[in-house]
Design a protein around this ligand. Sequence first.
Ligand code: WTA
Length: 659
Amino acid sequence: MTEETLSNLLHENRRFEPPADLAAAANVKADAYDAAAADREGFWAAAADRLSWATKWDRVLDWDNPPFAKWFVGGRLNVAYNCVDRHVEAGLGDRVALHWVGEPVEDRRDVTYAELQAEVSKAANALTSLGVATGDTVAIYMPMIPEAIFAMLACARIGAPHTVVFGGFSAEALGSRIEDFKAKVVITSDGGYRRGAASPLKPAVDEARGIASRSGHDVEKVLVVRRTGQDIAWDESVDVWWHDVVDSASPEHTPEPFDAEHPLFVMYTSGTTGKPKGILHTTGGYLTQAAFTHWEVFDLKPESDVYWCTADIGWITGHSYIVYGPLANGATQVLYEGTPDFPERGRWWQIIAEKKVTIFYTAPTAIRSFMKQGQEIPDRHDMSSLRILGSVGEPINPEAYVWYRHVIGGDRTPVVDTWWQTETGAIMISPLPGVTAGKPGSAMTALPGVTAEVVSDEGVAVPNGSGGYLVLTSPWPSMLRTIWGDDERYVDTYWSRFREEGFYFAGDGAKLDEDGDLWVLGRVDDVMNVSGHRLSTTEIESALVSHPKVAEAAVVGATDPDTGQAVVAFVILRETATADGVDLTGIEKELSDHVRSQIGPIAKPRQIMIVPELPKTRSGKIMRRLLRDVAEKREVGDTTTLADSSIMELISAGQATST
Ligand code: WTA
């Protein structure tokens, strides 16, 4: 985003007041801000009281050893009990928890809370019979089918931390996560449906198991759901069918309470180095804030709302706002297996109409792609059930916000632009639908109980109308506890930039407008945001350099009208690859396929440019700013600090001839 578009943005003056009836009946009203400011710990204790605890905590927050937080110290609870059993005990067993909609159009399954209790209990018993004990780790690599949720809750139920790896990640990426997490068991399926075809998953697990094994970690069992019925390789000593062990297991299982700080899951995310970080979330604080914010920000009325979040369970949004938050609140929700536009471009809107969805949560990149397709497609469907719309993952531009509100929400629905991260575990900055007059493009203010600021390089709060770094100034219940197995990296990554001030550094830049409302501008580090997915420049560079023909690579995130940012790579080939007579046709595709196989399709560069040199400072640091100028087809900026200033001419000249 250029400075000019930015300052245009900041003069946005449209406001959308909350509908009066929604405001009057809102779960959370304006007084919550003051209540939380007066007694933050008391505020979060009241939020924790919405859950069922086997043993109440004796201390809300232990921050004696920052930045290592403990919330609800001494408290004990079971996450699956809170998400499932307690609703059944309250007489809500017949309420639908999941309206599952498969990708094949006729595929449907409704799961009530009573059925969910039986399914999760069976899966918990089956995992125990496979040797999974409290504290053992499990990796989950699955499509968006109900069994994925049963699997996550079964792990939570027996206190076995899980890591869900997005089904679009490659075998390499899965293998390194299995190895880092030391997963004892992997839960997967034969395959899943994508755009009408069965696409395999199990072969990637087989390969990943081999990768982990070569680095010294052996997976004991692989539990496989039969989803597509496609042929797969089978290793009798390791592989077990879900229908063999889960279907026959007992539907009775007594959940044991665990310590509030017991590890619940690890979610791997891209950082500024090549190695993904395992973000650790624990039990009591995480569930408190995921459930509370879901009830607060979406104004959930569990008895009447039908909620739908389009994220994949392989991302944090799927964890907090499909699985843990909504189910802890006893919500009824849609779970959808497929893509937005298959078999027809109005598939999402048709599902909203069919299931009478009232709350809808998606990403700006999806909204922008629907805008391009035109209003006629959503206009064919009756979406009058909708009352609240949410956005997450990247900044939502005002045009997309207004289109979303107008075309999808019929000008009735507040739009909540929710800022948060894998690390924060739950929404931190967002309007409240019954309180805030929404401003297109602004995430507005920190939620009650959350303290966010925009600060200068020196850590001083900036005045209204200025920009700086987004920081969180006090601990919050669903904060990450550490990076799995690497406390030092946790401290360095998040707490060293503003060490003296004791601020959490989010890695995002932000601005305050003249009213003091907050606009998130995007990452200020080497992390890119492509269609709301976090990718590390270094990780893609390492993938490129691992190709035998590549000598050096530099990756930048270039502004892209559809995906927010897009990956653009600059590559220097090895001399052997460029020797006379060597045919270089197709090299870009070869390298792009290599990135895909190393990380996954989401990391595939939009463009690869073969260059003779990279622009470096005298100390050898690559000047990405200049490469971004080339990638975004701008005039190249100041090159005076380059060791060799003629290099940019070479690169730009090459760019003019490349496609
Ligand atoms: C970006 C996704 C602007 C931001 C929940 C953050 C946003 C990163 C917003 C986290 C938003 C997320 N407005 N930017 N509403 N929401 N981001 O870990 O750069 O996948 O740091 O978590 O996405 O991405 P993550």
